[in-house]
Design a protein around this ligand. Structure first.
Ligand code: NAD
Length: 325
């Protein structure tokens, strides 16, 4: 069980979660190679890391190849469009990075004898019939619906990861990440929290899809990254749910963001998208027992940190509006 990684490869490291993970690994003394094709990530996410002596960025598409010279003791495979707006815009690319991209990342870990972590998703549970979702639940997924390009890519990636473990002995693990939010999300990526914050700060209507009674559980990115690292440093094969078990309605989240931003935006209800899950909440008993992990950041704290970032950084220097203290 490695307590410290000498050298890690992070695919998708210029994305939202990946950029936070790269920063944490550098803080831990690890040398980090970030491989990203910037399909949905941006250089701005890692600009502050580029001058770090232990950080390397390689603009590369992991579906074509992933070769690295020298030793590697951890491969974190995060590369994949993750917001519905992105994967609906990039359906074939999403399937390809889940299949070929995962295979290349697994091959790299296998060749190097590295620990491999797949960033999977709560979407493998689809629109769940079991609640809250435990890792033993097999899911309720529409294989030909619009979201299938993401859900099935991740389900395939989980199957491939399991096959490498059982047939080749690759040291793999699978994290099933639930909704994560925080600084560096893009306000245009269509995900709920950045959309609500952007709308509230801009004084635009906050658009809730459906009746707002559908539930989500949202986890601050620092907590998710801590969970990914705990899982990578252990020897559990996964899958392990990482998320915040506190379930809230989407309407409640919209109202909380409006309150914390001091906004007077109206809340406007729009039709729900196809196959939108009604309830989503992780059972994190396994992560608690095996990793001693649970989310630590409160919703108000996490939202305030995210709102603060959106108010100052997200608009390239031009503040949208002063945030209520
Ligand atoms: P993101 O879109 O911000 O990051 C994904 C990164 O992968 C981007 O930088 C993108 O450019 C890169 N990428 C995509 N295709 C690539 C390819 N072929 N080659 C190289 N790089 C490629 O998304 P995120 O929210 O940071 O998600 C990161 C990972 O975590 C994803 O695998 C996602 O499925 C998983 N996840 C995230 C959440 C969440 O709430 N953020 C929830 C569940 C799972």
């Amino acid at each position: 069980m490695a307590q410290h990684f000498e050298r890690a490869v992070v695919t998708g490291g210029a994305g939202f979660v990946g950029s936070h993970l790269c920063a944490r690994l550098l803080e831990d003394g690890t040398e980090v190679l970030c491989a990203d094709n910037l399909a949905t990530g941006v250089l701005d996410n890692i600009r502050h890391l580029l001058s770090h002596e232990r950080f390397r960025f390689r603009q590369a598409d992991v579906t074509t190849a992933l070769t690295v010279k020298g030793g590697v003791d951890a491969v974190f495979h995060l590369a994949c469009p993750a917001s519905p707006r992105d994967y609906l815009r990039l359906p074939i690319e999403t399937l390809r990075v889940g299949s070929r991209g995962t295979e290349h990342a697994l091959d790299l870990a296998d060749r190097k004898g590295a620990r491999f972590l797949l960033a999977s998703t709560s979407e493998v549970y689809g629109d769940p019939r079991e609640h809250p979702q435990r890792e033993t639940y097999w899911g309720h997924v529409n294989p030909v619906g619009p979201r299938s390009v993401y859900d099935e890519a991740k389900r395939y990636a989980e199957a491939l990861t399991s096959a490498y473990r059982t047939t080749r002995g690759t040291d793999t693990t699978i994290a099933r990440i639930f909704n994560t939010y925080g600084p560096r999300m893009r306000s245009t990526d269509g995900r709920m929290i950045p959309t609500f914050i952007h709308q509230a700060l801009a004084g635009e209507p906050i658009t809730v899809t459906g009746d707002g009674e559908q539930t989500r559980s949202v986890c601050f990115v620092d907590d998710t990254v801590a969970g990914l690292l705990a899982l990578a440093h252990g020897d559990h094969p996964g899958p392990v749910n990482l998320g915040n078990p506190h379930e809230r309605t989407v309407g409640e989240l919209a109202r909380e963001i409006r309150r914390l931003t001091g906004s007077s935006s109206e809340i406007r209800y729009l039709p729900a998208p196809v196959d939108d899950p009604k309830r989503r909440c992780p059972d994190i008993s396994l992560a608690r027992a095996e990793l001693g992990w649970r989310p630590r950041v409160s919703l108000a704290d996490g939202l305030n940190r995210t709102i603060g970032w959106f108010a100052t950084e997200a608009t390239s220097g031009e503040p949208l509006r002063k945030v209520a203290e």
